[in-house]
Design a protein around this ligand. Structure first.
Ligand code: ADP
Ligand code: MG
Length: 432
């Protein structure tokens, strides 16, 4: 049996919000990662993937639970990890060599030894000849090679990568993935395990041995899938596409989740996906044109959309009763077809009906506007209410999306300048 390298035991993470409430990001996450494993972590945007990596790195402490490294509980930063960030996180005033050497800053090594190791890693990640260059002289792909070099120079047991390829263009990313995989599979690096957060299912199935899927609000492990194809994997092969399809269906399965609150706000409010009506209508039209049962994975590919942008649209179509998902295929409902083929005005009507039927959080806005004698309410009022449920940043995103939906459905109007939501017809009446 392979040795356990990292073990997460009942990890939870909560953040305090204004007004003495708190939000649970991770809940009861149990995970064991063994030597030799390349693990991918997938999940909706904002679900807590980065938080989970930071907890493994010891950069964020969990509210509950323990992290074991080689069987021992870790407190503070984990000495066994090296981390690669999506944004590269290089120091612009340092050269490639200096940036890479930074990985060894706290190691008790002689300067010559640091230099020797850094140069050898620079060679390994394909940056030979660029030792003296500054980040601004490098392409995105080369900058990320520096980021990877800085992590690898530490010879970490565990390499943590947080969406390492998502800031790169497709070809550059493909090239870097292959190089990374070669270092790993041919054991050119002493790394015992890689944990990579990604929003590309295809990338996970192409590179890793195991895919962990997280839910959202809060994040729990909802699926743990072994990927047992030998490298190099062929993306066209039925076994490959079947696995991608399977993970897609897991990720698109809608879970009714809500945030619990104390006191009078106890009634649950469900978050809505942050999708604009323009994107939703375009998407429904497209599915309608493509005919029945479209393969989600191929569709995302054709649209060159990554999961972060694509999943919320699919989720919205499901939420509003316009589409159903079965085994990775999306199918429009009768309502969905009706919506796709309706005139602009009919569409607004259908949308309004579906929103009123399925979106509880919109009910709260409507109730408030109807209850006020002048049928107006400041935007700030709703932000404050939602803040208690979701936190400030998310509250603003939620309200922006709700305003977009409400305006499209002509449920209410919004004065951008005054930052006020109001019922249109009522205002017209009082003005008369
Ligand atoms: P992911 O990487 O999956 O997109 P993150 O781990 O970055 O998600 O964030 C998960 C959630 O935790 C987000 O909703 C984010 O707003 C929230 N969050 C992160 N840090 C804090 C914090 N310091 N206080 C409150 N909420 C936070
Ligand atoms: Mg993240």
């Amino acid at each position: 049996m392979e040795k356990k390298l990292i073990e997460l035991q009942q990890i939870s993470k909560r953040y305090d919000l204004p007004s003495q409430s708190n939000v649970t990001i991770l809940e009861d996450v149990n995970l064991c990662i063994k030597e030799g494993e390349f693990v991918s972590i997938l999940g909706p945007s904002g679900s807590g993937k980065s938080t989970l990596l930071r907890i493994i790195a010891g950069l964020v402490s969990p509210s509950q639970g323990a992290i074991l490294y080689n069987g021992k509980s870790i407190v503070g930063t984990n000495p066994g990890v090296g981390m690669v960030f999506q944004s590269f996180a290089l120091f612009p005033w340092l050269t490639v060599l200096e940036n890479v050497k930074l990985g060894l800053e706290n190691r008790p090594l002689r300067e010559e030894e640091k230099l020797r190791r850094a140069l050898s890693v620079i060679d390994m990640v394909g940056l030979d000849g660029f030792e003296g260059a500054y980040p601004k002289e490098l392409s995105g792909g080369m900058r990320q090679r520096v980021g990877i070099g800085r992590a690898l120079v530490m010879e970490p047991d565990i390499l943590l990568m947080d969406e390492p390829f998502s800031a790169l263009d497709v070809l550059t990313a493909e090239n870097l993935k292959r190089d990374m995989l070669e270092l790993w599979t041919e054991k050119k690096i002493p790394t015992k395990s890689i944990i990579m957060v990604t929003h590309s299912i295809e990338e996970a199935v192409y590179m890793s041995d195991r895919a962990i899927v997280l839910s959202r609000d809060p994040a729990r492990v909802i699926s743990d899938i072994q990927i047992q194809m030998p490298h190099w994997r062929d993306k066209q092969e039925p076994q490959f596409t079947a696995l991608v399809d399977r993970i897609y269906s897991i990720l698109t399965k809608r879970e009714i989740k809500a945030v619990e609150l104390p006191g009078e706000l106890k009634k649950k409010i469900e978050k809505i996906p942050e999708v604009r009506t323009g994107a939703l209508t375009g998407f429904i039209e497209l599915i309608d044109d493509l005919g029945n049962q479209v393969d989600l994975y191929k569709l995302a590919d054709q649209l060159s959309l990554n999961l972060e942008d694509f999943l919320p649209i699919v989720e919205t179509a499901q939420l509003l009763g316009f589409a159903t998902i079965l085994q990775g295929d999306i199918d429009l409902t009768d309502k969905g077809h009706q919506f796709a083929e309706a005139s602009v005005l009919q569409r607004k009507e259908i949308f309004k009906d579906q929103v009123q039927l399925h979106v509880r959080i919109m009910e709260k806005i409507m109730w408030t506007l109807h209850s006020k004698s002048n049928n107006k309410m400041d935007r700030e009022f709703f932000v404050e209410i939602f803040e208690k449920h979701f936190g400030t940043e998310e509250a603003i995103h939620q309200l922006d999306t709700l305003i977009d939906w409400g305006r499209y459905a002509e449920l209410f109007a919004y004065d951008e300048k005054a930052k006020v939501l109001y019922l249109e017809h009522e205002i017209a009446e009082t003005a008369q």
